[in-house]
Design a protein around this ligand. Sequence first.
Ligand SMILES: O=C(O)[C@H]1O[C@H](OP(=O)(O)OP(=O)(O)OC[C@H]2O[C@@H](n3ccc(=O)[nH]c3=O)[C@H](O)[C@@H]2O)[C@H](O)[C@@H](O)[C@H]1O
Length: 438
Amino acid sequence: MSQLKTISHLDNIPSTPGKFKMDKSPYIHRLRWHSWLCRVGLWSVVFIGFILIFFLRSPPAPSAGDPARRILGNAVWGGPAWEKRVRSSARVRRNHGLSVLVTGAAGFVGTHVSTALKLRGDGVLGIDNFNDYYEVSLKRARQTLLDRSGVFVVEGDVNDSALLRKLFDVVPFTHVMHLAAQAGVRYAMQNPGSYVHSNIAGFVSLLEVCKSANPQPAIVWASSSSVYGLNSKVPFSEKDRTDQPASLYAATKKAGEEIAHTYNHIYGLSITGLRFFTVYGPWGRPDMAYFFFTKDILRGKSISIFEGPGHETVARDFTYIDDIVKGCVAALDTAGKSTGSGGKKKGSAPLRVFNLGNTSPVPVTELVSILERLLKVKAKRSMQKMPRNGDVMFTHANISLAQRELGYQPTTDLQTGLKKFVRWYLGYYSNSGKKRIG
Ligand SMILES: O=C(O)[C@H]1O[C@H](OP(=O)(O)OP(=O)(O)OC[C@H]2O[C@@H](n3ccc(=O)[nH]c3=O)[C@H](O)[C@@H]2O)[C@H](O)[C@@H](O)[C@H]1O
């Protein structure tokens, strides 16, 4: 210590050339050497102390070989607190309730289905990759809504099979509601890879994990009315051909139906495909026509309304979200069990496909007229020949199979459904873009 004091005194002597120069005697050299050693020693002790404190206080760090904790984008999954949340969200709270993994849970249909299941006491765990195909803030707002109903949405991609396996390790899901997909008919020309990634690779990745799970879950998944492609016989029935898709989106959904057949055949997985017909409603998808027409009409922007080459009307069997939710829940409730175990088939299992439509197609021009009345704003209409971008002229569902097997019965007409959508839209985007939930 005395040496240190001496040194600190010496250090106070100015060393600037020309001002004052000390004689460098051997004694002072020895003193300097000793003091330098002491200082290095002291700071080393302090430094090692800090490192020890840091390690003792930190949770165990993820390591490359440790599957318990993984980093995905900004999201971390794994660990006791995370597993507790997963278990609690998936806990069944009614007799004979289901335990459902909902993929694409922060999506439009995913949010509504998850909420409905949770409300009746089923266990629900969501997974969503929160991609930026459309405004991520809307997906986050839906996530907040789900959080309030007690549904935890894990941030992850269905292509991450390690994550999926982990979820099945933590929860023995009885059912999977697979809604994660790259949607949109026209966007497929801009980004074909995203359709292959989500709708084909992602589906296979999920089925691979489901086939190996013990017990195997029953799977209900979103196919699409677009599989009817260029068919001209209406209404579309499940027995009709589906081999002339008009878009890559439709082709990937059709591929999904064939893939479902394979996994049912080889592994005994119970699989139900639901062909949704242009689903709309509150918390909907901003890439869909009814949604961006609303936005553009309110902003006074002109909207393109497609028509056939001879001015034929383009029409859709628009189906309201609440009706679709009832169809999804009924499909889960009536899904027979998967039969396989240990990745091996033990017997035949159900393979089903249903149309979920509204059975009353409405011309797009009429959709615009309804929006004009609800918004009290005249649309700037620009009629355009339908571009060759994957669209089809019309859709119309025959729902007799779903009526018979699922008790499916849509009850909302387009006028009523759009009224509910517009009310939600104005509330959500009011207050200069500030998002309101409820
Ligand atoms: O049933 C499905 O399986 C699909 O439904 C939905 O596809 P679509 O029925 O094509 O809905 P959507 O884009 O809202 O166009 C509606 C109408 O507006 C017309 N349309 C569209 C854009 C435009 O600028 N002008 C126009 O007239 C257009 O020609 C069409 O007649 C889902 O997006 C899709 O993911 C899938 O789920």
